[in-house]
Write a protein that binds this ligand. Structure first.
Ligand code: ADP
Length: 226
């Protein structure tokens, strides 16, 4: 079976003029099997966000290949990359990035409508997902009326709206207090396990990272097993 995500020789630098050239990724390789959960642990500034953005087709590498479900995405145009992002990749940020003027359910309905799903089916799926993370009582609440943990659980549901095969998460509980961070992280892991998605999750929390199938570190712009 094809890997859910494959990175081959990814290189990325930020070109700020000759003396200030920053080389962040320097031949990063990764093969993530379907259903596999891996943690990405590295100090701030090591390049975790850069790597996740390239894997999530939000940014492009200077060199190397990105394959999603076996399909080479590196040379594809914007339309193909946008479609792959919408259908096959879920992305969770440290801050929820929900649309403030829409309710929790609507935030999960919208990406489905963008993908051509029937509105009734989209609403039913939003209700099902929010139910699974214990938010059936928050369907019609706007983000400002929810706690940080509830907002982030809603953002997980939004990432899963179009049933992707790959979830990428950048410090998904980094913004929460330690007490709620653990339970919200548990919710994310349960959701990923239930759906059989593959996931790559950047976290500073070694205890949370230890619950993944595999822990990867970044060393000199490459990914290494721990
Ligand atoms: P992490 O997620 O591990 O904290 P990042 O991927 O955000 O690390 O950043 C890696 C390095 O790249 C840092 O030194 C950061 O300053 C630099 N960097 C990130 N984005 C940019 C950018 N748009 N322009 C210049 N440098 C950047």
């Amino acid at each position: 079976m094809n890997d859910a995500l494959r990175l081959e020789g990814i290189e990325k630098g930020y070109h700020l003029g000759k003396p200030n050239e920053i080389r962040v990724l320097n031949g990063a390789d990764l093969a993530l099997a379907p259903g596999e959960m891996a943690a990405l642990v590295a100090p701030s500034g090591a390049g975790k966000s850069t790597l996740l953005h390239i894997a999530g087709l939000l940014d492009t590498a200077d060199a190397g290949r990105v394959l999603i479900g076996g399909e080479e995405m590196s040379g594809k145009g914007d339309r193909a990359r946008t479609r792959a992002r919408r259908q096959r990749i879920g992305f969770v940020y440290q801050f929820h990035h929900l649309l403030p003027e829409f309710t929790a359910a609507e935030n999960i309905v919208l990406p489905q409508l963008a993908d051509g799903t029937d509105p009734k089916i989209a609403r039913a799926r939003a209700e099902d997902l929010l139910g699974r993370v214990g938010l059936s009582h928050r369907l019609d609440h706007r983000p400002a009326e929810m706690s940080g943990g509830e907002q982030q659980r809603t953002a997980f549901c939004r990432a899963l709206a179009n049933a992707p095969s790959l979830l990428l998460a950048d410090e998904p509980t980094g913004n929460l207090d330690p007490g709620s961070s653990d339970t919200v992280f548990d919710t994310l892991v349960a959701l990923v396990r239930e759906t059989g998605m593959a996931a790559l999750i950047a976290t500073h929390n070694l205890e949370l990272a230890g619950r993944m199938d595999r822990v990867l570190r970044m060393q000199e712009g490459r990914l290494v097993a721990t």
